[in-house]
Design a protein around this ligand. Structure first.
Ligand SMILES: *Cc1c(COP(=O)(O)O)cnc(C)c1O
Length: 343
């Protein structure tokens, strides 16, 4: 590609590794890493490389296509496929002996036993979320499976006072007890934050690794910084509108910088009033509506020129609180148009 990248996502590999170590240390058991959806938008291959170097040995994707895109992980690391396995996945699964499905239904268990007898697999058990997993009364399905890990998943771990997490934990203690010799894993990032009673034998953080803060106890280091460039600067007089719908009107003479970033890059229009960019050492707000590929900034008083880079202050918990767009969505919507640059 000859075009120079017009957008960049500056990614802090040290912070990523430090966040993973924080979760493993807090859990007191090995920590896997959820790298589904291209590692929440950061780029799964690069994330796996860095977390493997930090000591992570299990990586979870959603689908066999994601496992294929990831390729063979380093060393003896394993890839978990959270959506499980059906007949159509047979050819892919046959080429990736390092990958294990997390089987979710009796039919998936049956298909795996039939296609790959004796090959290791994991099992998801439904403990109250009513999303994926076999019932707590269906653990007999494990018979004849070479089961490595039994999983559960928490619905309310990130709501500190919610009682359901404890209900699910107690059910999962029963599940783990019914499958001796099989490792048990229940906690996502927020579950780890709740305390070691949620750790069992393995934890599966995602959001927290990438700088999200799923729980008040978390202490994430920021990992992601989106940067864009000023395409044009102009001065607008008091009373002049900016952008679609003429929704913003200058209340004083203003300097407007239009940058090459928009909702097609994941910055939803609803985020507009809450975004702050760093331009010339100052925090500058958005002026008017976010367009598909453009955002206007009110840079009045900031030292910034055409062609300069400006950085978005991508404070995930603060943006979530202000806008109602979740930290997960803020990350997962980051577009392919950014060049991902690891520091
Ligand atoms: C995505 C996912 C995780 C990671 O959750 P976070 O809230 O991002 O830490 C863990 N377990 C399962 C089953 C998941 O799907």
């Amino acid at each position: 590609m000859l075009a120079s990248p017009a957008l960049r996502l500056v990614l802090d590999g040290e912070a990523l590794a430090a966040n993973w170590r924080w979760y493993q240390g807090r859990a007191g058991v090995p920590a896997a890493a959820a790298v589904k959806a291209d590692a929440y938008g950061l780029g799964a291959r690069e994330v796996v490389k860095r977390l493997f170097a930090a000591g992570c040995r299990t990586f979870a994707v959603s689908t066999w296509a994601e496992a294929e895109a990831l390729g063979r992980p380093p060393g003896e690391a394993a890839v978990l496929v959270l959506h499980g396995f059906c007949g159509a996945d047979m050819p892919a699964a046959a080429t990736m002996p390092w990958a294990r499905p997390v089987l979710n239904t009796p039919a998936q268990v049956g298909a795996w036993k039939a296609e790959f007898p004796g090959r290791p697999a994991d099992l998801m058990v439904e403990t109250g979320m009513n999303r994926l997993g076999v019932g707590v009364h269906e653990l007999g399905l494990a018979e004849g499976l070479r089961l490595v890990t039994v999983h559960g998943h928490l619905a309310t771990a990130d709501i500190p006072d919610h009682p359901m997490a404890e209900v699910q934990r107690v059910r999962f203690v029963q599940v783990a007890g019914a499958l001796p010799g099989v490792a048990a894993a229940l906690a996502n990032s927020a579950g780890v934050c709740r305390g070691r009673q949620f750790s069992f034998d393995l934890v599966r953080p995602g959001l927290g690794l990438y700088g999200g803060r799923p729980h008040p106890a978390a202490e994430p280091r920021p990992v992601v910084r989106p940067e864009a460039r000023v395409l044009q600067l102009r001065t607008v007089a008091e009373g002049e509108p900016v952008g679609y719908g003429a929704a913003w009107v200058a209340r004083r003479p203003a300097r407007i910088a239009t940058i090459n970033l928009g909702y097609a890059d994941g910055l939803l229009r609803a985020l507009g009033p809450h975004l702050r960019f760093r331009a010339g050492g100052r925090a500058v707000p958005v002026a008017g509506r976010i367009s598909m590929d453009l955002i206007a900034l009110d840079v009045t008083g900031a030292e910034v020129g055409e062609g300069d880079w400006v950085a978005l202050d991508f404070d995930l918990p603060q943006l979530e609180a202000a806008s109602g767009v979740s930290q997960y969505e803020l990350l997962a919507l980051l577009s392919r148009r950014y060049a991902r640059i690891w520091s």
